[in-house]
Design a protein around this ligand. Sequence first.
Ligand SMILES: Cc1ncc(COP(=O)(O)O)c(C=O)c1O
Length: 424
Amino acid sequence: MSRSLEIYREACEVFPGCVNSPVRAAVKPYPFVVERSEGPYIHTVDGEVLIDYVLGYGPLILGHRHPHIRKAIENQLERGWLYAAPTEVEVRLARKILGHVMPNGLVRFVNSGTEATHLAVRLARGYTKRRCIVKFDGCYHGAHDYVLISAGSAAQHYGVPYSEGIPEEVIKTVLIAEYNNTDVVEKLFREMGSEIAAVILEPVIGNFGVIPAKMEFLKTVRELCSRYGALLVFDETITGFRLGLGGAQQLYGVSADVVVLGKIIGGGLPIGAVVARRDIGINISPSGRVFNAGTFNAHPLSMAAGLATIEVLESEPVYTVCRRAAEEVSKAFLEASRGGVQINRVESMLQVFFIDRPVDSVAVARMSNTRLYEEMHVELRRRGVFVTPSQFEAIFTSYAHTREVVERTTEAIHDVFRRIRGWS
Ligand SMILES: Cc1ncc(COP(=O)(O)O)c(C=O)c1O
């Protein structure tokens, strides 16, 4: 028996579904157990070395154990790792983030994307004194009651887009619309505009595979929010600092009133952030009456790792390397399948769909052949390449995905598609 299986069996005795976050259980036939990581690689306890295209589900844009981040964490460790009191590093990270995302805005650091969207929705309700939010079918905004309604990601993978345990009263305040469909949003605003506090969305969906927003869609939603006095909340937990320093706002040229960040801004340590226009953000406690607090908010290690990450993003050709790797990998999927798959890619996030039409909506993504996707994941893993086991997540590249690493990946992709009958 492999060491992974031994440990996994023990895990099954102590964790619901054997894991601590659902998607981890999707690795078949059972999840490998990690021993360590370095650059683009994950080393398992069984001695496997896998090229990692999951990258912690997005945060590790510089790859594993980047020396600059490691040093920053070590320096902070030397001086202690929890004060629950102000630090200089939190101010420096906030200034960096605001400079790229919302000059003159305000930031509240929390510990996860989930906490950040939770606060963002409460803030929107508190600021507008309205109760409803508009959320899109298939978008994932974390694991709390306000947004676990028609959700993507693992909620979709495991067939629970509507989680049990959420009060009917909460569900009634969440209006579900179809992504990339402006007519539906317009209708919602026409009928309920005075009750809508905010529209929350992923400006590129990264939790239903990858589905980019149409420019027209984002512009219309922006315009409707302004017209009806609702806040536009961009959940950039994945896209923030991945699509470029200015994230999706910069890429699409559309400004949000509130931007939620997470993942990359913590350099691989737990983090979330709500970035809000000053007149909105000022309503968060203690300066305002929208309450938020946290023992671990602005954790010094996360602050140090996040600041070091952004320093590298600003000074080295990270985005060029990541984009080139993502382009090469996308090309390999298309060539190896002889055009038999659809690839959606935005900068360094992509996903493969086994379907014969463009995937421009959640409805089309739902129709793709997830069994083939999962088989592909297993076959790639056998050849030393780890892509997410779930169709409803994204494949990411990092600064550590050098030409040589990508070349080995593309060989594996070609081999997988050559060997499996009916794929080409
Ligand atoms: C767009 C988006 N929002 C929120 C979250 C929740 O973040 P976290 O897992 O840090 O709670 C995620 C996580 O994948 C995400 O992709």
